[in-house]
Design a binder for this molecule. Structure first.
Ligand SMILES: NC(=O)c1ccc[n+]([C@@H]2O[C@H](COP(=O)([O-])OP(=O)(O)OC[C@H]3O[C@@H](n4cnc5c(N)ncnc54)[C@H](O)[C@@H]3O)[C@@H](O)[C@H]2O)c1
Length: 417
């Protein structure tokens, strides 16, 4: 049977609901996204021709507040993927208990093939076409795969021009100059570090001697590596799409980061301190204590899960572990901290950005980081509590916490009319 991301997330919900004894009637509505919008986006190309791209915005649930979720530009995205990602956002926002529902948007395009002007026209037309269903009080987009603060600025400007006044709270992940939040860029990596330290403390594995491997040295992995290194942890392996490095005594992350900050530099060419070079995927099974996959989805699969040596995995990437691999890890006793908890720092600070925008306030970085830490610590305890109470993995525990909050909100509000 062909893999269907949406069917998969429905199975995850059913499994968590069964374990927690949540009756189907209480969460049944969460199996149906509230609204699915598909738009055709005509774009005048630089050579005068016209191309039409397909765009989507799915609002999964608004029971707990406005819908929230990123917009990705990708040539292979489809409605089922967007529906699954929107549902995952509902679960993620509920796990960290911020007053949002879930949404996701996408445009089926390879942005690398467009000029900056074409990309700008595509973005502006897409926002104009989904404008009736977005807004600071109903649905707030953010960056995702292949979209960035610059694109968020075009989105904010388009929405504001069509409304006739500046509306910074319509998207998050904006440049700071137009209402972006301090600390947003580092928020996901910072959240990953908070959760990593919590799981170590919980398992009595405290101590800077633990050996950490991080796959992905981009926004999330790079920030997490830098923060852990500055706290004195031993990072024995890091990887990117070109390859991975390994040094049992610990890598010099500051030097690696400086090297990577130069455009076009990849880890496969880094040789300072004579690290052992490995392929991009060898990092998954390397000899260490904690693995932080922070690159792309589907990296831990049934083909490598059995060979994994770590006792702890902190999922910084979205969906790095396949369903089959998850079962293998569970059997091996590997503790997996799931993505909807581990990488939620980004959406938490997006929430802070929106809060600042709608109140016309500007927080200090200290306030942002303190509030982020409080929310992540509380969410960690909630998930741990649920996994202990029901005797389930942290992944199922996180889904139980989320489903309970989502179904309670639906039940209390009732069905209109
Ligand atoms: N940026 C955020 O705020 C945020 C929030 C939540 C979740 N995430 C998730 O975190 C992950 C990383 O996001 P990011 O923003 O850091 O992306 P990024 O593009 O900044 O970095 C990705 C990193 O992964 C590496 N990589 C790509 N393909 C690889 C492969 N096949 N093998 C090994 N390494 C590979 C790249 O070289 C790069 O170092 C994604 O799954 C994303 O969905 C990001």
């Amino acid at each position: 049977m062909q893999y269907n991301a949406y069917e998969n997330i429905l199975c995850v919900m059913d499994n968590a609901a069964k374990k927690a004894g949540i009756p189907e009637k209480d969460y049944m509505l969460l199996k149906y996204p509230e609204r699915e919008l598909k738009v055709s986006i005509p774009v005048e190309m630089d050579d005068g021709s016209v191309c039409v791209f397909e765009g989507y915005r799915v609002q999964h649930s608004s029971s707990r507040g406005p819908c929230k979720g990123g917009i990705r530009y990708h040539p292979h995205v489809d409605m089922d993927e967007v529906k699954a990602l929107a549902a995952a956002m509902s679960l993620k926002c509920a796990v960290v208990n911020i007053p949002y529902g879930g949404a996701k948007g996408a445009v089926r395009v390879d942005p690398g093939r467009l000029s900056q002007d074409e990309l700008k026209r595509l973005t502006r037309r897409y926002i104009a076409m989904i404008l009736p269903i977005i807004g600071p009080e109903r649905d707030i987009p953010a960056p995702d795969l292949n979209t960035n603060p610059n694109i968020m600025a075009w989105m904010m400007d388009t929405y504001s021009m069509l409304k006739g006044f500046a509306v910074p709270g319509v998207v998050t992940g904006k440049p700071v100059e137009i209402g972006g939040s301090l600390g947003r860029r580092e928020a996901t990596g910072r959240g990953v570090v908070i959760i990593t330290e919590q799981i170590l403390r919980h398992l009595n594995r405290c101590g800077r001697g633990v050996r950490i491997a991080i796959q992905g040295m981009g926004n999330v992995g790079g920030t997490a590596a830098g923060l852990l290194y500055s706290k004195g942890y031993r990072i024995v392996s890091v990887g990117d799409e070109s390859g991975s490095l390994y040094n049992e005594n610990g890598l010099d992350i500051a030097s690696i980061q400086e090297y990577l900050s130069k455009r076009g530099n990849f880890l496969s060419d880094y040789n300072q301190g004579n690290p052992k070079h490995m392929t991009p995927d060898e990092i998954i099974t390397c000899d260490c204590d904690i693995l932080i996959p922070a690159a792309i989805e589907n990296q831990i699969t049934e083909s490598n899960a059995e060979r994994i040596k770590v006792g702890i995995i902190v999922e910084a990437a979205n969906g790095p572990t396949s369903v089959k691999a998850d079962a293998i890890l569970d059997k091996k006793g590997v503790v997996v901290v799931p993505d909807i908890l581990a990488n939620a720092g980004g959406v938490v600070v997006s929430y802070f950005e929106w809060v600042q925008n709608i109140q016309s306030l500007m927080w200090d970085i200290e306030d942002v980081n303190l509030h982020l830490e409080n929310i992540m610590l509380k969410a960690f305890q909630d998930v741990l509590g649920a996994s202990g109470e029901y005797g389930v993995s942290m992944r199922t525990g996180a889904n139980i916490v989320a489903l309970k909050r989502l179904s309670a909100a639906k039940k209390i509000r009732g069905i209109f009319p």
